[in-house]
Design a protein around this ligand. Sequence first.
Ligand SMILES: Cc1cc2nc3c(=O)[nH]c(=O)nc-3n(C[C@H](O)[C@H](O)[C@H](O)COP(=O)(O)O)c2cc1C
Length: 185
Amino acid sequence: MASSNRCVEKRTVNDVKRDFVGTDPKNTLKLMPLPVVIVSARKGGEINGMTAAWVSQVSAEPPVIMVAIRSERYTWEMMKDTENFGISVLGEGQEKIAGLFGSVSGRNKNKFKEGNIEPIVSDDGLPLIPGSVAAFVCRKTEVVSIGDHLAVFGEILKSWKGEEKYPLIWYGWNISKLGNGSRPE
Ligand SMILES: Cc1cc2nc3c(=O)[nH]c(=O)nc-3n(C[C@H](O)[C@H](O)[C@H](O)COP(=O)(O)O)c2cc1C
């Protein structure tokens, strides 16, 4: 087998014990910062949404995002039979919305009424959260079952820039605010 002389990795896992402490992946993944969004759906006259942190952009052209959703979520029950879904990117001051939409199921309660939130409704009827940093309407393209979640891919059909404020992040099992950033050099 041809060996690559471009490889610069010299240290093995035994050498790096001072840098890294072996842990359970579940505990280590909490150190990967994630956004906090509301995934929203409409089915007939009913609207619902849920908080999601397992979200990422996966393609620039066309613009596609992925959100990982457990199949038992009521939001998924509504989304699976409908074409489009909404994403609202939450920012500072919206922590309570993240808590409400992430702890109550739309099966039992209308979260918009409960939180006194008047949604902004897109042309296709999807509820978006007012005061968010950004919002998108996506067309569901593929759904892949991976472990205990469904990876739901959505091509962005429409996007809006919202309030200029710091987005919320999910980090260390807490919701916090993103601080001042700098461009990578
Ligand atoms: C910060 C936060 C992030 C969450 N991220 C996800 C996620 O990425 N995927 C998921 O399936 N559930 C996630 N949840 C849990 C759902 O938001 C929660 O179960 C919600 O009540 C589901 O509502 P529904 O039954 O109306 O769809 C998250 C909850 C919180 C608080």
